[in-house]
Ligand binder design. Structure first.
Ligand code: SF4
Length: 357
């Protein structure tokens, strides 16, 4: 199929959950998908007043793409749940980017609000497809294929985040589970690993512990961008893996498991992300893991409330026998500070294991 043009997708916010779905949809309609570059070590963050780091990153990534793409894809995410809403900043995100890019690039910003049938995921994508010249039949076919492949992609999530370096988590061309790691080499002198031919196209985890059996199962909980955007969390997941932790995230939990933890709350949580975070956090604290790490955004009002909420609930329950670490992230967080706390957390888990043995 002839390429119709380029759709730019900023590597920020809900990219860190839905990118495979979005990419497949646009490619099925004949568009090439390009994503922004991460900040890396030299990248400059675009600052604006009173915003959380994930929103600043959205604007920074959009600016990186604006001259390379025919359209930017920034859906107006009002609700991704039938009863709960997203943080209000998501509603305004396309407008913030429109202001920042001074109207120099077209923005595909159809509303997604799962509380309303006319703004369902399918309807929103059909409208987006129509803006790109696709009729309803083509849009539907592309969306259904994207949805099907995305469901498969999600099934391999735990293997993916434990076997791949963080920058490859969303590379959908790499299938999971990966082939078994090559057995330690018959090596010459220096101890370097030989790679089997089937493994050559997949770079091994750099900081991770691929090939070694992890010592701890640790749940990492937070907004998807706090968990998987290395410009937010300084790639704390790779460091955790190098300390012998197998990573578990809320992606693997069902609605039912989350509901079971939040349905008896005296005060309802209106934000879908907040509900997922609290529900998964208490699910993991009730067993099956050696520790729980909650990654929060420093300037996020929702995270500030959730932390207070979690502390109070733990107090009422008389604490938890499973260690909990809360790490607050912003643009000034240094990797060293995060890794030191994670090392100390590992010692706590080790001590607990020893005393339970
Ligand atoms: S939920 Fe918090 S971190 Fe996420 S966009 Fe809203 S304010 Fe920012």
């Amino acid at each position: 199929m002839e390429e119709k043009g380029r759709i730019g997708i900023p590597k920020a916010l809900m990219f860190y959950r839905y990118f495979p779905l979005w990419k497949i949809f646009f490619e099925e309609l004949g568009w090439r998908v390009i994503v922004s570059n991460g900040l890396g070590k030299r990248g400059r963050l675009i600052y604006f007043e009173d915003s959380c780091l994930p929103m600043k990153l959205l604007v920074t990534h959009s600016m990186d793409l604006k001259d390379r793409a025919d359209h930017l894809f920034l859906p107006r995410l009002v609700s991704l749940h039938r009863s709960y809403i997203m943080c209000p900043k998501f509603r305004g995100a396309p407008d913030i980017v429109r202001l920042a890019t001074e109207g120099t690039v077209s923005i595909l910003d159809e509303t997604i609000d799962l509380r309303m049938r006319e703004h369902s995921m399918l309807q929103s994508f059909l409208r987006t497809g129509k803006r790109l010249g696709a009729d309803e039949k083509e849009g539907k076919r592309a969306f259904q294929k994207a949805e099907r492949l995305f469901t498969n992609f999600q099934k391999g999530w735990e293997d993916r985040i434990n076997q791949l370096p963080t920058r490859q988590f969303f590379e959908i061309d790499i299938p999971t589970p990966l082939p078994p790691p090559p057995s330690p080499s018959p090596v010459k002198g220096g101890g370097e690993l030989m790679e089997s031919p089937s493994f050559l196209d997949v770079k091994p985890v750099e900081d991770g512990c691929r090939g070694e059996k992890p010592l701890f199962r640790v749940a990492f909980v937070g907004h998807p961008y706090n968990l998987f955007d290395t410009d937010v969390n300084k790639d704390v997941l790779s460091f955790a893996k190098s300390l012998g932790m197998r990573i578990i995230t809320p992606e693997g939990l069902s609605e039912k498991e989350i509901d079971a933890q939040v349905s008896d709350l005296s005060k309802e949580i209106y934000w879908s992300s907040g509900r997922e975070i609290v529900g998964s956090l208490f699910h993991f604290l009730s067993g099956g893991v050696d520790g729980v790490v909650f990654l929060t955004s420093f300037k996020c009002g929702i995270d500030a409330l959730l932390q207070e909420f979690v502390r109070r609930r733990l107090k009422v329950r008389g604490g938890s026998s499973i260690p909990l670490l809360i790490l607050s992230l912003d643009e000034h967080s240094g990797r060293e500070g995060l890794t030191t706390r994670l090392e100390a957390f590992r010692d706590v888990m080790e001590e607990r294991k020893r005393s339970n043995a």
